[in-house]
Ligand binder design. Structure first.
Ligand SMILES: [Fe+2]
Length: 652
């Protein structure tokens, strides 16, 4: 991207965090960073109570169970509150790393103190399969981040970072590193046959890596652990049975003398001697550590960009503008309102105790949110999220567009049901396309009722136009000139826009969020913090204790696990398509009928997901760890506690 900190567009969330007493919080929350008209009663900054407390005192107060809800950064009107307020967990301060895998497993002992954590799904059926290469690769298709994998169209992989600032950041993975594991194919043939894929987090991490690896600084000493991370690229080979095989992991650091001199990179490949079953032993190698670094990059990107930025933060202006510009009787307000439930409230709490960092430093006081401690990005996480907003593209988040952009699907994005998936057994994509199709048909049917006169009815709907104008020009004001915004002058634009909002608020959010404890809850599988220099040589032996000494320490593990251990779908949470007040939701019989049809389609998707999960030929559905892919199962399954269904909205 090559943007300096000053040049980077600021996502709505960072504007909100600029709010000070006397400013208009609603206007700031919508992203313009200046005063704007606000809805009556909305948006007063209220940081004083927190700001008057010392940093340690504040953190302890927030973590004390039963304590009244802390003062929020932004006033949330009562009609946006649901009472479902997340509390920061009460945790002891722990020192050091886990000494053995047995220590980690001890956390799940029913008598464990101070918390007996539930067994994460990733080790619930098989305690050791998480270590296999097949499972590591499968989680890129069916784990808690199934949307960073992209088709490779040529080697070397290149960087988009500004060479004047960062030098040569292109990948150093060559055909010599990978050709031995391509069966009988050459690299050229593998590329031609769409068999090479990559998860590339290099450009997102590298500009911050020097600063991250200097943590903790004076202000964090004693509060966060030492960081030593790398920017990672992971290359995969698509096999005939649709499983992926990791081929190489590149770990890169800034040049030790000067960042402008380019990256220092090492390429790790699977040890030749690794045989089936060897992963069950207590022998680790540098390859295992490389996988841990790759997983750590992936977990942080998922947390700050794919989850927080793309759902919570960028949805917020859509919610606020809808409340300000659309009458509660407006058909689009009625269509979307269920998908906004609890989002503002959740975001406010999240900023206050979970994900934010930085603003109160300006006053000389420190307030350390949980993710700042629990993820390797430390205090830079929010800035990295902001930087990623520069490439935010609402139109590309329509599900078929998102798949096509990554090169994993081909075809007409308007005909989702006909898209060709290049990875046939891609659980997130297969389930997601069925859900997207159901959403699109529902929104199409619904809009046809109220915009029967066609495009002119959309263009001439003053409330609708005011809503979309505010989303684009105020809420997302820093990106208002982007060419990709829907013009909102046709029924097609309206349908695509509403379908995308519903998708992001429901299924997408479930896919990137609800698997956190299942996969991150066992930190050796998916650490969020890394430390220590990599050993020289890809096949270098590493003891179990050394491996654990490189990944998430006890304190960060507890914080991360405690935050995500509860089932993500709360009892009574309305699931996708549900209207708890159906009788009052609409008196328009055609709309009620279309809603019934939408629900019937989602019921059918839920059954199809179950069937696919039971199909042993689809190896990526369960994988070596034997965890069925249920993150896009639309309906709860009373027989399986962790299958809670997909809620309507971003409510956690
Ligand atoms: Fe969330």
């Amino acid at each position: 991207m090559g943007l300096s900190r000053r040049e980077a567009p600021v996502p709505p969330l960072l504007h909100q965090r600029r709010v000070r007493e006397g400013e208009d919080a609603a206007g700031a929350a919508q992203g313009q960073g200046r005063r704007a008209p606000s809805a009556p009663g909305r948006g007063r900054a209220g940081r004083r109570a927190a700001a008057e407390m010392g940093p340690r005192v504040r953190l302890r107060a927030l973590q004390r169970p039963g304590k009244p809800r802390p003062a929020q950064g932004v006033y949330i009107p009562c009609d946006e509150r649901t009472g479902a307020v997340a509390k920061a967990p009460n945790l002891p301060k722990l020192e050091g790393h886990f000494g053995s895998l047995a220590d980690v497993h001890g956390l799940f002992d029913t008598n464990a103190k101070p918390i007996a954590f539930p067994v994460p799904q990733v080790i619930s059926a098989n305690r050791t399969a998480w270590r296999t290469d097949e499972e590591f690769a499968r989680q890129t298709l069916a784990g808690t981040n199934p949307l960073s994998i992209e088709l490779v169209t040529g080697l070397p992989l290149t960087s988009k970072l500004d060479r004047a600032l960062y030098g040569d950041q292109d990948s150093k993975i060559t055909k010599e590193h990978i050709e031995k594991n391509l069966g009988n194919m050459t690299v050229a043939q593998a590329i031609e046959k769409d068999r090479l894929y990559v998860v590339d987090h290099h450009d997102w991490v590298m500009p911050y890596l020097k600063r991250i690896n200097e943590l903790p600084g004076d202000e964090e000493k004693g509060e966060i652990s030492e960081r030593k991370s790398y920017a990672t690229r992971t290359l995969f080979f698509l096999q005939d049975d649709s499983t992926l095989k990791p081929l190489a992991i590149e770990l890169s650091s800034p040049h030790p003398e000067d960042e402008r001199l380019g990256a220092t990179s090492t390429v790790y490949t699977p040890p030749d001697q690794l045989k089936a079953g060897e992963a069950a032993s207590d022998t680790f190698t540098a390859w295992d550590l490389a996988k841990a670094h790759a997983a750590s990059n992936d977990a942080c990107k998922n947390n700050y960009v794919l989850h927080w930025l793309r759902t919570h933060a960028t949805m917020e202006p859509v919610v606020i503008a809808a409340n300000r510009q659309l009458s509660v009787l407006h058909p689009i307000h009625k269509l979307l309102k269920p998908h906004f439930r609890n989002t503002l409230d959740t975001n406010s709490t999240a900023r206050h105790i979970v994900i934010g960092s930085g603003d109160e430093r300006q006053g000389g006081a420190f307030y350390r949110n949980m993710h700042e401690v629990n993820f390797f990005t430390g205090k830079y996480g929010m800035e990295m999220s902001s930087k990623a907003y520069a490439s935010f593209n609402f139109t590309e988040l329509a599900f078929p567009n998102e798949l096509i952009k990554r090169g994993v699907a081909r075809g007409d994005p308007k005909k989702a049901e006909e898209l060709e998936l290049l990875i046939k057994d891609y659980p997130y994509a297969v389930d997601g396309l069925e859900i997207w199709t159901a959403i699109k048909e529902w929104v199409t049917d619904y809009c046809a009722i109220y915009y029967a006169e066609g495009d002119g009815a959309v263009a001439g709907d003053s409330e609708l136009q005011a809503w979309w104008s505010e989303v684009r020009n105020v809420g997302h004001g820093d990106l208002s000139d982007a060419p990709w915004w829907p013009a909102m002058d046709s029924v097609g634009d309206l349908v695509e826009t509403c379908a995308t909002i519903i998708w992001l608020g429901s299924a997408y959010h479930s896919a990137v969020s609800f698997g956190q404890y299942a996969y991150n809850g066992f930190v050796p599988n998916r650490p969020t913090v890394t430390s220590g220099e990599m050993p020289a040589g890809a096949g270098a032996a590493v003891t179990e204790a050394e491996f654990l000494g490189h990944i998430t320490p006890k304190n960060e593990a507890f914080g991360l696990m405690a935050l995500t251990m509860s089932p993500p779908v709360k009892p009574g949470e309305p699931l996708m398509g549900e209207r708890p007040d159906t009788a009052r939701w609409t008196s328009e019989q055609r709309a009620a009928k279309a809603l019934l049809e939408f629900n019937a389609k989602l019921d059918a998707v839920a059954e199809a997901v179950k069937k696919r999960n039971a199909d042993g030929a689809l190896r990526n559905r369960n994988g070596p760890v034997e965890v069925p892919y249920t993150l896009l199962a639309p309906r709860a399954d009373p027989a399986v506690p962790h299958v809670g269904g997909i809620p309507n909205s971003i409510a956690v």
